[in-house]
Design a protein around this ligand. Structure first.
Ligand SMILES: *Cc1c(COP(=O)(O)O)cnc(C)c1O
Length: 458
C-alpha cells in the first residue's frame, strides 16, 4: 500500500494520556464480567478504544483556551451568541436551539414535527433517531438506495435516497401523512456512507412539489462534504465550507450531535427556518434541556463547540480525518478481511456475515466478533447488527442485512501506527475465525438494548 496517499497528522501532540497494556488473561476476565458487551467494559481496561467517535474527540489548544472564557451566566451567555452566529453562518439556517447532545435535538424535533400516524422516511435508520420518531407516533420507512444494504458493493454515494422509494411512499400514503424526510449525512449504519449533492438537490425538488419538509441528521456533515469535494463532479475547487453551505440550502433544518463533527466531547443543536417550529422548540427545550440560550451545555462547552465547528471545515483537518479511516480499511481489504465497501467517513465496518460464515445471525456473530477482538488485542469496537437493530412493535427481532462490527476512529486521537496495530489484530483474528462462538442474551433491556444487554455463550 502506498503510504504517500495518506497525509501525515496535521497537528502536533502536546498533551498525552497513558494507556494500560493488559494481558490476554486479564481481558478474558474483563470481557466475561462485561457480559460480552463491549459497552460494559471499563475504559481503563481498553488499549485502543474504537467503540465510537462520539464525544471521544481530542480538542485543540484553541478549544481548550475557549473553555477558559466560558460565560456561565444562566441567561444571555456570550458563548451562546458565538455558537449561534457560527452555526448560522456555516449552516445557513435562521434559528438554532442548543441541546445537550444530538438525541436531545431529535427529541424536540420529533415532538414538534410528527403527528401520530405519520411516516418519517429516511436513508436508513439510526438507533436514537428512530426511537424518538416512533415514541412520538411516527413510523420510520427506509428509503435508502438498495445498494446500501449490500456490504460488498463498492459504489460512490451509497447513502443516497432512492427517489422512486420516496415517490412511492408519497403516492401510497399521501404527502399529508409524511411528517418530514430525515436525510442523514453521512449514513452511520450503512458504514458512514456519504450522500451526493445531486441527491440532496433532487430530494429537495421532489419534496418541494408536495410541500414536505426535509430535516438533515447533520451529525457528520463535514465528512460528507469531504466526499463531495473528492468524488462529485464540479466540487473539486469548492471549499468545505461552501459545500456544507450548499448542502444545507436544500434542507428546512437539522439535528446535530456536536460530539462528532464539532470535535467536542458533549453538545448538540437543532436548526430550522420555520418560525412556528422555532417557537415550539424553544418552549420544549426549557422542559427537557435548559434555557434556549444553553440547552443543557455549559457556556464553555458552547465556546469549544463554536471553535471546533470552524476547525472542522479546514481542509487539512478533514482530509487527514477521512483518509486515516480509509488507511485502516485499505489495509484490511488488502489482507482479504471482509469489510463494508467503500470505507466510510468515520469508521471501518467489518462484515461479520462473511467474517464468521460458521455462525447464523441469531448467534449474534458481530457481537461475538467484537468481544473476541477485545480479548485478543485490547481493541474495543462495537456491534452494529441484529442486536443494535432491536425488536419491532410486535416483539420480533429486526434482522438487518448488514451484520457488522464498527471500528470507529476518534478524531485527532490516534496515529497511523495505531491503525497498523488494529489492522494486525483484526487480520490475526480473521485467520482464527473459527474460535468465534455464538452468543445468546443473558439479559435483554426493552429499549436500545445494545447499550446494556448481557450475553453468554450458547
Ligand atoms: C450519534 C448520532 C446521533 C445521536 O447523537 P448523540 O449526540 O449521541 O445523542 C444521531 N445520529 C447519528 C447518525 C449519530 O451518529
Amino acid at each position: 500500500m502506498d503510504i504517500k496517499n495518506y497525509p501525515a497528522e496535521p497537528f502536533r501532540i502536546k498533551v498525552v494520556e497513558t494507556v494500560k497494556m493488559s494481558t490476554r488473561e486479564e481481558r478474558v476476565k474483563a470481557m466475561r464480567e462485561a457480559g460480552y458487551n463491549t459497552f460494559l467494559l471499563n475504559s481503563e481496561d481498553v488499549y485502543i478504544d474504537l467503540l465510537t467517535d462520539s464525544g471521544t474527540n481530542a480538542m485543540s489548544d484553541k478549544q481548550w483556551a475557549g473553555m477558559m472564557i466560558g460565560d456561565e451566566a444562566y441567561a444571555g451567555s456570550k458563548n451562546f451568541k458565538h455558537l449561534d452566529a457560527t452555526v448560522k453562518e456555516l449552516f445557513g439556517f435562521k434559528h438554532m436551539v442548543p441541546t445537550h447532545q444530538g438525541r436531545g435535538a431529535e427529541n424536540l424535533l420529533s415532538q414538534i414535527a410528527i403527528k401520530p400516524g405519520q411516516y418519517v422516511p429516511g436513508n436508513m435508520y439510526f438507533t436514537t433517531t428512530r426511537y424518538h420518531q416512533e415514541r412520538n407516533g411516527g413510523t420510520f420507512v427506509d428509503i435508502i438506495r438498495d445498494e446500501a444494504h449490500d456490504a460488498t458493493l463498492d459504489v460512490a454515494f451509497k447513502g443516497d435516497i432512492d427517489l422512486n422509494k420516496l415517490q412511492k411512499l408519497i403516492d401510497e400514503q399521501g404527502a399529508d401523512n409524511i411528517a418530514y424526510v430525515c436525510l442523514a449525512v453521512t449514513v452511520n449504519l450503512a458504514g458512514g456512507q456519504p450522500v451526493s449533492m445531486k441527491n440532496m438537490r433532487e430530494v429537495r425538488e421532489l419534496t418541494a412539489k408536495h410541500g414536505i419538509k426535509v430535516f438533515y441528521d447533520a451529525t457528520r456533515c463535514v465528512e460528507n462534504a469531504f466526499y463531495i469535494k473528492e468524488q462529485e463532479e464540479g466540487f473539486a475547487d469548492k471549499s468545505i465550507k461552501e459545500i456544507v453551505q450548499e448542502m444545507f440550502s436544500y434542507a428546512d433544518g437539522c439535528t446535530m450531535s456536536g460530539k462528532k463533527d464539532c470535535i467536542v466531547n458533549i453538545g448538540g443543536f437543532l436548526c430550522m427556518n420555520d418560525e412556528q417550529l422555532f417557537e415550539e422548540a424553544k418552549e420544549l427545550v426549557v422542559v427537557y434541556e435548559g434555557m434556549p440560550s444553553y440547552g443543557g451545555m455549559a457556556g464553555r462547552d458552547m465556546e469549544a463547540m463554536a471553535i471546533g465547528l470552524k476547525e472542522s471545515m479546514q481542509y487539512e483537518y478533514i482530509e487527514h480525518r477521512v483518509k486515516q479511516v480509509r488507511y485502516l480499511g485499505e489495509k484490511l481489504k488488502e489482507a482479504g478481511v471482509p469489510i463494508v465497501q467503500p470505507v466510510g467517513g468515520h469508521a471501518v465496518f467489518l462484515d461479520a456475515r462473511r467474517f464468521c460464515p460458521h455462525l447464523k445471525q441469531e448467534d449474534f456473530p458481530a457481537q461475538s466478533l467484537a468481544a473476541n477482538l477485545f480479548i485478543e488485542s485490547g481493541v474495543r469496537s462495537m456491534e452494529r447488527g441484529i442486536v443494535s437493530a432491536g425488536r419491532d412493535k410486535n416483539g420480533n427481532n429486526h434482522a438487518p442485512k448488514l451484520e457488522t462490527v464498527r471500528l470507529t476512529i476518534p478524531r485527532r486521537v490516534y496515529t497511523y501506527r495505531h491503525m497498523d496495530l488494529v489492522a494486525d489484530a483484526v487480520i490475526e483474528l480473521y485467520k482464527n475465525k473459527e474460535q468465534i462462538k455464538g452468543l445468546k442474551f443473558a439479559y435483554e433491556p426493552k429499549q436500545l438494548r445494545f447499550f446494556t444487554a448481557r450475553f453468554e455463550h450458547k
